[in-house]
Design a protein around this ligand. Structure first.
Ligand code: SAM
Ligand code: SF4
Ligand code: SF4
Length: 385
């Protein structure tokens, strides 16, 4: 296949090539492993008001750190245009992330634009956002009014001292808990059964820091209508000094939880779903929906690359095919050099067709790709979780 190259503005990323024969979006795109494209995560800022040591350690993300200049960021119109082309290719779920997405000025305007998108079958998208919750008291009602349906809030413990140590900016846990209340009051994530199945809490477990918070967090959210999910601490990026002995395998976490709460495994809610679900059981050992469920995301110990249908768009319009990738594909140059929708859709099609990433699976077999000199794995705060 001959390819036409659109000139590059940013040499740090691979050029996005436009194939000579158009790849017309039909929702049937598959990568080298037959995986469809269903989920697009969009980072709207690389800045954050927290310094979680597993994500943006203070020593690296200090006052000398060079964040992206405003001119590098995709505008809301550019993001919506790209998202629309991804939707034409089969994406059904959009997640806004960062950095801290609520720091992006007028984010509600972007949400309004994205909420108007429809799948080729005419269905609204599953539109959600991941936040550290610090600004939710101020923003929840506006986000809901703009059309945000669901939200995931990161919370690594209830003990104030432990929480402050994890966010490393001395932010009090009470304010995030109040943000969760604000989300509920605004009806974010509320379902038609009166529960909050669209409101999720993510807790990253780092053995040396917040192991003692697992049971209190489970106790707090059990029966609240909100699902708590435990995430294995990952070796993402290059700055967090990751060590395997800081990872609590999800299997051990479930064993720990079962010392206090009987749990039964539940079916995955959708193909490509990252969390394994466990339901709280009643005295008869049967799942009791009133008590709700917990999830475990075992990115390190039980890789789920086999059905990974996620793509990630960085704040400056680079498309990443894996959380552990070192290079993105430069869609922003296409956008800013006047490429047509058909060209951009074809470029996305070609990039996804060629995708073969499965880092966690290979890591599990000790076969992970070795770092290429001069290339660094992308940071979580740059492409979002
Ligand atoms: N600032 C927002 C937040 O914290 O929710 C959104 C961006 S943050 C990068 C997205 C998710 O990635 C959060 O739930 C965070 O806990 C998770 N995360 C960041 N670094 C991680 C790591 N090294 N291992 C596992 N999860 C991580
Ligand atoms: Fe900020 Fe989220 Fe990273 Fe914590 S996990 S530093 S809140 S981007
Ligand atoms: Fe997907 Fe990469 Fe994570 Fe595997 S390691 S599940 S391919 S993002």
């Amino acid at each position: 296949m001959t390819e036409r190259v659109i000139p590059l503005l940013d040499q740090r990323n691979r050029p996005a090539l436009v194939p000579a024969s158009a790849i017309v979006p039909n929702g049937l795109l598959g990568d080298q492993r037959g995986r469809p494209l269903r989920d697009l995560r969009i980072s709207v800022t690389d800045r954050c008001n927290f310094r979680c040591n597993y994500c943006m350690p203070k020593e690296v993300f200090d006052s000398n750190y060079k964040y992206l200049p405003h001119s590098s960021l995709l505008s809301f119109e550019e993001i919506t245009r790209i998202a629309r082309l991804f939707v034409a290719h089969g994406v059904q779920k959009l997640r806004l992330t960062g950095g801290e997405p609520l720091l992006r000025k007028n984010l509600e305007v972007l949400i309004e634009q994205l909420a108007l998108l429809r799948t080729p079958e005419g269905k609204p998208l599953d539109l959600t956002l991941t936040t550290n919750g610090s600004l939710l008291r101020r923003k929840a009602a506006g986000l809901k009014a703009a059309g945000l349906q669901r939200v995931t809030i990161s919370l690594d413990g209830l003990d104030d001292a432990i929480f402050r140590a994890m966010n490393d900016v001395d932010f009090p846990v009470a304010d995030v808990l109040d943000g969760i209340e604000a989300a509920k009051e605004a009806g974010l994530g509320q379902d038609d059964k009166g529960g909050f199945s669209g409101l999720k809490i993510n807790m990253v477990v780092k053995k040396s820091t917040n192991l003692s918070e697992i049971i209190p967090m489970a106790r707090h959210f059990r029966g609240s209508g909100i699902t708590l999910r435990f995430i294995e601490y990952m070796d993402v990026g290059e700055t967090n000094g990751w060590q395997m002995d800081e990872v609590l395998p999800s299997a051990d976490l479930i064993t720990l939880l079962q010392t206090e709460f009987p749990l039964v495994p539940l079916q995955a809610s959708a193909p490509g779903e990252t969390a394994q679900r466990w339901g709280y059981a009643n005295d008869q050992g049967v799942f009791d929906p009133r008590l709700g469920e917990v999830g475990v995301i075992s990115s390190v110990t039980q890789a789920f690359c086999g059905d990974c249908n996620r793509a990630r768009l960085s704040t400056e319009g680079q498309l990443y095919l894996c959380l552990f990738a070192a290079q993105g594909h430069d869609l922003r140059s296409l956008l800013r050099n006047g490429a047509s929708d058909a060209d951009i859709a074809s470029a996305i099609g070609l990039i996804w067709n060629q995708r073969d990433d499965r880092y966690s699976e290979l890591r599990g077999q000790n076969l992970q790709p070795q770092p290429v000199p001069g290339q660094k794995r992308v940071e979580m705060s740059y492409i979002g979780g």
